[in-house]
Design a protein around this ligand. Structure first.
Ligand code: GAL
Length: 748
């Protein structure tokens, strides 16, 4: 039987690399994986600082368990161009920074101590995708995902692929292809036995086969009616495969789901039922630590997208993302469009060969995830390249005939080699650009984009983004326009039967190169900020979910008389999934308002807009010299479900502190985001409070980033990182004019 254990602890990290370093352990600082080679400031930094070589070393002590077995280190991801040495001898190299690789140690291990040395190179090497041109994101150097030590028998299970050809039928048939490594070393027949477990963990099927080949297909003929993997009930089944032969035994398991997913010319069907795609693009980066976020923070992003933002799909722009993230997409019921690394630039022949291999590596890593419904096999927004993309498509279809391919472009009439035409449609916003000869158009028609004389499966894969960057600190009028643009595209996609849906740019702000963004090395394109704190636009998405999943009642306002140009706060847009909203301004004006279906006919939950129709101008003028508080109550089914108040005279009253998780996990590299707000008398964050905040952490945790922060838009956030010890962590946050706030958290 194999054993696979985490090898994240006890690595020694060095800046730079010299060839002679690979033969012995050099003294240096100990680090735990995932690790970023250079922690960056929040913004305004030199992105060249990590674009160089680094070295990680680890001692692996011989154990008798290694004898006669296959011993490998498995790297889930390292950026980039990794070379692994064992006791000075090169054993493996892997150029891509996003896909996993294996370093086979068998044969090179000696009794006593063995030194593993990993050289990585953060240089943007033009020979390696996505490099060679410019890219609008950062590729932070480091061994930024987990590393595992696998000790396996000489003949082992290489990988499993599960297919469910009759997912919607009554049979529950599942086929499991078992690829076997080194089958020729078996010394006799290889016996395979597969067990099928239902979502509750009960065994509901067993099947066996005997082979001497390197691949075999086992079939569960008919466990009967199965529970589908669906958005609301993402049921996960599990297959366990046992291998036995004279050379040893092995066991591998994988989750999978029963579902069908198909983009058609008339829209997307999940399990045969239409689902309008409402999604966001995600970069896997975070402040300071870059890509090196622990498991729970990755999982949390899937939850934020699904549960807080009410999305049903995420695009992993522009590369394969953390396995922890994808596992969680499976669990929460969030569809995924996954794509190969790249951004606009296509390199030479060797570069393309690497890219084709990225298709292979991505699909083989992830083909059992029920959440994944599309393979992106084109470099994001690249030019047409017939031979290259004919090859990536053919390979994807050969490896996984169960999923459609897509390829994201940003220009019309591009050669359509994929199954789904995926387009970044940034037309909205261009009406104000010099030379634009059209009005405010939210989305182009499919035929205009494809140039085809037939309707094809079609999905909008980006919109907004750089057309309207918006910071959480931006004025109210800009926030309103930001929200409106997201709503208008969601509405347009919902109203066009030839569009399967749309995926906004993007989930969260992200660090980028100086060629992009606002000069601070940040693209402020998110509906969340880099710490995943919401901007108003987040509620454009959240308000589209069913109120049973969480009531949204968010007026897009700072509620002040003089924040907007000229003044006033009418029209007032309220993002809500309530059926009606009662408003009360001061003690005088009151009334009820309803979702604006005329302006947004295709949204599930249009915003409520209070304007002159509700409050006559002469009444608005009366608030000329006096400003009142606002109270809103949302109703669903005639019942009040949420009330919120905005103070007329907000003042800082207290600090609010909360953590995303109730505890810190000492046993792994764990991160707990801590969120601080300056709250007024009504409990709302003060949007223009930009004073400094001091942070003190006592106990077994490291504060990631500085201990002196500034509030942005009334909010501040920082991370605590586990240090491998248990105990009580005390946090104190303070601003000059308020009592400090304290919080205790156990590292367990
Ligand atoms: C797109 C690109 C994204 C991002 C976005 C900003 O063209 O695909 O990666 O740069 O623009 O709006």
């Amino acid at each position: 039987m194999r054993s696979t254990v985490r090898m994240n602890d006890g690595w020694v990290f060095h800046e730079g690399f010299e060839p002679e370093w690979s033969s012995e352990l050099r003294p240096g600082g100990r680090v735990r994986l995932p690790h970023t080679a250079v922690e960056l400031p929040f913004g305004y930094f030199d992105e060249g600082s990590y674009q160089r070589r680094f070295c990680y070393q680890k001692v692996i002590a011989w154990t008798p368990e290694f004898a006669e077995r296959e011993v490998s280190l498995l790297f889930d991801g390292a950026m980039a161009n990794s070379t692994v040495f064992l006791n000075g001898r090169k054993v493996s190299s892997h150029r891509d920074g996003y896909t996993p690789f294996e370093a086979r140690l068998t044969g090179g291990l000696k009794k006593g101590e063995n030194v593993v040395t990993v050289r990585i190179d953060g240089t943007e090497n033009p020979d390696i995708p996505p490099f060679g041109g410019q890219i609008d994101y950062l590729t932070y150097a480091g061994i930024y995902r987990d590393v595992w030590l696998r000790v396996a028998p000489p003949v082992s299970i290489e990988r499993l692929k599960v297919e469910t050809p009759d997912a919607l039928g009554a049979s529950g048939t599942a086929m499991v292809r078992v690829d076997i490594r080194d089958a020729h070393r078996a010394g006799g027949d290889i016996r395979l036995a597969a067990t099928l477990l239902d979502p509750g963990g009960d065994a509901i099927g067993r099947t066996e086969a005997v082979t001497c080949d390197s691949s075999a297909v086992l079939q569960f003929a008919g466990p009967g009616k199965v529970a589908l993997w669906d958005l609301d009930s993402p049921e996960l089944y599990r297959v366990i495969v046992d291998l036995a032969c004279p050379a040893g035994t092995d066991r591998v398991q994988t989750n999978f789901g029963y579902r069908t997913a198909e983009f058609t010319p008339d829209g997307f069907l999940l399990n045969g039922k239409p689902v309008g795609i409402r999604g966001l693009n995600r970069h896997q980066s975070f402040p300071h630590v870059g890509y090196a976020a622990g498991r729970r923070v990755q999982e949390r992003d899937a939850e934020i997208l699904k549960r807080k933002l009410g999305c049903n799909l995420v695009r992993t722009s522009h590369y394969p993302q953390s396995p922890w993230f994808l596992d969680h997409c499976d669990r929460v019921g969030l569809l995924v469009f996954e794509e190969i690394p790249g951004w606009q630039h296509i390199g030479g022949a060797a570069w393309k060969r690497d890219s084709v291999q990225n298709v292979r590596r991505m699909i083989q890593r992830d083909w059992n995830h029920p959440s994944i419904v599309l393979w992106g096999v084109r470099i994001n927004e690249s030019a047409d390249d017939h031979d290259f993309y004919a090859e990536t498509n053919a390979l994807a279809r050969m490896l996984d005939p169960t999923r459609q391919t897509a390829g994201v472009r940003n220009f019309p009439c591009s050669e359509f080699l994929e199954d789904v035409y995926t387009m970044n449609d940034f037309v909205l916003g261009s009406e104000t650009l010099p030379g634009a000869n059209h009005g405010r158009i939210a989305l182009r028609r499919q035929a205009e984009v494809t140039g085809l004389n037939r309707t094809v499966p079609y999905l909008v894969t980006e919109f907004n983004g750089h057309m309207y960057p918006t910071k959480s600190t931006d004025p109210e009028e800009r926030q309103i326009e930001h929200v409106t643009r997201h709503l208008q595209v969601l509405d347009a996609a919902g109203g066009d039967p030839q569009v399967s849906g749309c995926i906004g740019w993007c989930m969260a702000d992200y660090n980028t190169h100086c060629d992009f963004g606002s000069g601070d090395r940040i693209c402020h394109h998110g509906v969340l900020d880099m710490h995943r704190d919401p901007k108003f636009a987040a509620y454009a998405y959240a308000s589209q979910r069913d109120p049973a999943a969480g009531v949204v009642l968010t007026p897009v306002t700072f509620w002040a008389r003089g924040e907007r140009s000229i003044g006033g706060a009418i029209p007032l847009m309220i993002l809500t999934n309530c059926e009606e909203v009662e408003y009360r301004i001061g003690n005088g004006i009151t009334g009820r308002a309803y979702p604006d279906r005329a302006a947004f006919p295709n949204l599930e939950h249009p915003p409520v807009i209070i304007d002159d129709r509700h409050i006559p101008r002469r009444e608005q003028d009366r608030w000329g010299m006096e400003w009142f508080g606002l109270e809103l109550t949302g109703f669903v089914g005639g019942d009040p479900v949420r009330t919120m108040r905005l103070a007329a005279d907000p003042v800082p009253v207290r600090l609010g502190v909360s953590t995303d998780f109730p505890e810190l996990l000492a046993s792994e590299k764990d991160h707990v985001p801590v969120r601080v707000r300056v709250l007024d008398q009504a409990g709302n964050p003060l949007p223009h409070f930009n004073e400094p905040l001091t942070v003190r952490v006592v106990g077994p945790a490291r504060l990631v980033g500085p201990d002196l922060l500034a509030f942005r838009g009334g909010r501040a956030a920082f991370w605590l990182e586990s240090v491998g010890e248990r105990g009580c962590v005390e946090i104190e946050v303070a601003v000059r004019r308020l009592a400090p706030a304290r919080l205790k958290l156990d590292a367990v």
